[in-house]
Ligand binder design. Structure first.
Ligand SMILES: [Fe+2]
Ligand SMILES: [Fe+2]
Length: 187
């Protein structure tokens, strides 16, 4: 992947985050997508994952739900389709495109965990790690986005954090253990 291609795809995803149609607000770019990219790059060597694949997969993992809220429920299915369309425009090699798509398809806790590639496992851990590192984003989602009351929102965030924690590999849990325990104490 050339630097130009990377910059161009970043621009496209950032613009979709800034669009009025994005129900999560622009913050999802700064407080979720960028941290997931950072985490994925940091974790890649631990997972023996291809750094280019995990970077692209992290950049595009929630793109479908950002573009169109109707795709949120099944964004692990629509994500790979959107990624393929985008990567095709840059004539990205077929084999690498498949690896990116596969990582996106398995990034959620509930989905095809047993078939995860190294890149898929790396992305899933990077995604879950970012939830634990960015608790205010989850609180924002609960109270502002979902309009929950204090207790309802608290329980929702706590459950989401516990799910994210369960998703982490043991050595990744150790990286964010302090943040996780502090968050649980507050909640
Ligand atoms: Fe996601
Ligand atoms: Fe995500």
């Amino acid at each position: 992947m050339t630097e130009t291609m990377k910059n161009r795809i970043e621009e496209i995803v950032e613009q979709s985050c800034a669009a009025d149609t994005n129900i999560f607000g622009y913050d999802i770019w700064t407080h979720h997508i960028l941290p997931v990219i950072q985490n994925a790059k940091q974790l890649a060597p631990r997972f023996d994952a291809d750094p280019e694949i995990v970077e692209l997969a992290a950049l595009l993992h929630d793109y479908a739900s950002i573009k169109d809220k109707a795709l949120y429920e099944d964004h692990h299915i629509h994500g790979p389709i959107e990624a393929e369309k985008l990567l095709k425009r840059f004539s990205y090699p077929k084999e690498k495109t498949e690896a990116v798509k596969d990582a996106i398809a398995t990034h959620r806790a509930s989905v095809r965990v047993e078939h995860r590639s190294a890149e898929g496992a790396c992305l899933a851990n990077a995604d879950a790690m970012s939830h634990i590192e960015h608790v205010p984003s989850l609180l924002y989602l609960a109270y502002i986005h979902h309009g929950m009351g204090i207790d309802e929102g608290k329980t929702w965030v706590k459950t989401k954090l516990q799910r994210s924690w369960q998703k982490l590999r043991k050595d990744v849990q150790d990286i964010v253990r302090g943040d996780y325990e502090a968050a649980l104490k507050v909640l």
